[in-house]
Design a protein around this ligand. Structure first.
Ligand code: AMP
Length: 120
């Protein structure tokens, strides 16, 4: 895979502070914020700070420190939001998955029964 990172994407701009966000958690390695168009009572996005386009890009090329830091932030968000009743993690990657923003982000969805994974 060839990954080409567009540093004008909206999450890159959020990371640079050019666009506001509703922050849930900020760490050295990641930023977590509320999705602007929530699909569930809890809908948080967690993004790494580096220039990674998709989850597969991130796990192929990001260093161990960045990867550990990212997943630690995901864990902290889950603790903060007390997602004891269940949670769905989604990482849309490229066209067929309908990825809209080309900066790796993990959706964290919770707060109600979420139904089957995909619409039929
Ligand atoms: P995806 O389709 O997986 O790329 O998801 C992109 C997500 O980013 C969507 O759920 C959007 O609602 C969300 N989104 C787009 N712009 C913003 C923004 N400025 N702040 C928060 N969430 C956003």
């Amino acid at each position: 895979m060839n990954y080409s990172y567009d540093d004008q994407n909206i999450f890159a701009r959020i990371l640079r502070g050019e666009i506001p966000n509703r922050t849930v958690l900020e760490t050295r390695h990641a930023l977590a914020f509320h999705d602007i168009n929530p699909q569930a009572p809890v809908h948080v996005l967690v993004i790494p700070r580096g220039p990674w386009v998709t989850l597969d890009h991130f796990i192929r090329d990001a260093g161990a420190d960045a990867q550990l830091g990212f997943w630690a932030a995901v864990s902290q968000v889950c603790e903060l939001l007390e997602l004891d009743d269940g949670v769905r993690f989604i990482a849309n990657s490229r066209d067929h998955a309908h990825q809209e923003v080309p900066h790796f982000h993990l959706h964290i969805l919770a707060g109600r029964p979420l139904g089957p994974m995909l619409a039929r």
